[in-house]
Design a protein around this ligand. Structure first.
Ligand code: ADP
Ligand code: MG
Length: 316
């Protein structure tokens, strides 16, 4: 068997590539193209992300973790649109074909993809420095997407979950910093196992104005909403949801990490103040922390109670 056939087989045999019971997926892995029929009344949303070893994840990481996190971070964009996960493609560049490593990667991807109904329908495999490119696709009723440009003056600004843990975790998962085993386990999980807020995104899209996921730090990402909507914001640094573990470990840096550290993959959204009860009901039902962290104002971007750094993750 040729090397690349072997690779194709590993992915094709994975449960995440199983199209049984899926009327929308007419052709999956194995032909020249995948073929999909978008269900009536739905529109297709899709997003592409590339992850490069040594840049988006540490060198020599566990392939199961790499696979899980790759799918999680990409799927987070579907959550931000309020879309239902449907299928994805994978462009894989690998330095060598190590079947055990690839099986681990596929296992990690399937761990996240299979339960959410995200089917691997195709991809491409090439030789080179380890790089993963995923294109994820979701379905959403036309006209029901929560766009970055929809924030309105007077809206409250909310974030889901806790901020700052994943970026605080980077020196821990790379082994630069040693911590107690309890802290290690907590932060390891916070970096490698982000929880894309899919169900929250689908439920919230009906009650919010603007929504996006936080990947490069709240302070930087919120500015995309402000720019797209032509408004300003006032945040309250004291309101930011930060874990007790992070507060205890990095009391000085916690707020800066919550504002500027990347990799949170939580949702940030704006909504009219009269929606507060409904938002609380949705998020409490999901047992998902949801915190009001500021307001949309006419212009400017102030952070009450904070004077530090505002720049998040810079790509170049
Ligand atoms: P072609 O030469 O026609 O482009 P390939 O030999 O690259 O086809 O791929 C054969 C089949 O395997 C296609 O259906 C393709 O989508 C799938 N495939 C190749 N690489 C991957 C991958 N990394 N993940 C998932 N499917 C893959
Ligand atoms: Mg072909």
């Amino acid at each position: 068997m040729k090397e690349f056939e072997l690779i194709q087989n590993i992915f094709q045999a994975s449960m995440m590539a199983n199209t049984q019971g899926r009327d929308d997926i007419l052709v999956g892995i194995g032909d020249d193209c995948a073929q999909v029929a978008v269900p009536p009344g739905q529109s297709l949303v899709f997003s592409m992300d590339t992850l490069v070893e040594g840049r988006h994840f540490p060198l020599d990481a566990d392939p199961v973790d790499i696979g899980y996190r790759a799918v999680a971070t990409c799927v987070s964009d579907l959550a931000a649109m309020g879309a239902k996960p449907a299928f994805f493609t994978l462009a894989l560049t690998i330095p060598e074909s190590d079947p055990q490593w690839l099986a681990g990667l596929a296992q990690g991807m399937a761990e996240l993809a299979e339960p959410i109904g995200l089917i691997l329908v195709g991809g491409d495999t090439t030789k080179g420095p380890l790089t993963l490119t995923l294109q994820v696709h979701g379905y959403v009723e036309a006209g029901q997407t929560a766009l970055r440009s929809h924030a309105k003056l007077g809206d409250d600004i909310y974030v889901t979950g806790l901020l700052g843990d994943a970026s605080a975790a980077v020196p821990i998962v790379t082994g630069e910093v040693q911590v107690s085993s309890e802290r290690f386990d907590y932060f390891y999980d916070r970096f490698w196992r982000p929880a894309p807020r899919l169900i929250a995104g689908m439920a919230l899209k009906r009650v919010v104005h603007a929504m996006m996921d936080i990947s490069d730090g709240l302070a930087q990402d919120l500015q995309h909403i402000l720019k797209a909507s032509g408004v300003g914001a006032k945040l309250d640094a004291h309101a930011l949801p930060i874990s007790d573990t992070l507060c205890q470990w990095q009391p000085e840096a916690a707020v800066t990490l919550a504002l500027t550290g990347g990799d949170d993959y939580e949702l940030c959204f704006t909504a009219a103040p009269e929606m507060a009860d409904e938002i609380a009901l949705i998020t409490q039902t999901l047992h998902l922390p949801c915190t009001k962290v500021g307001k949309i104002v006419a212009s400017g971007f102030d952070i009450d109670g904070y004077q530090g750094e505002r720049h998040g993750w810079q790509h170049f």
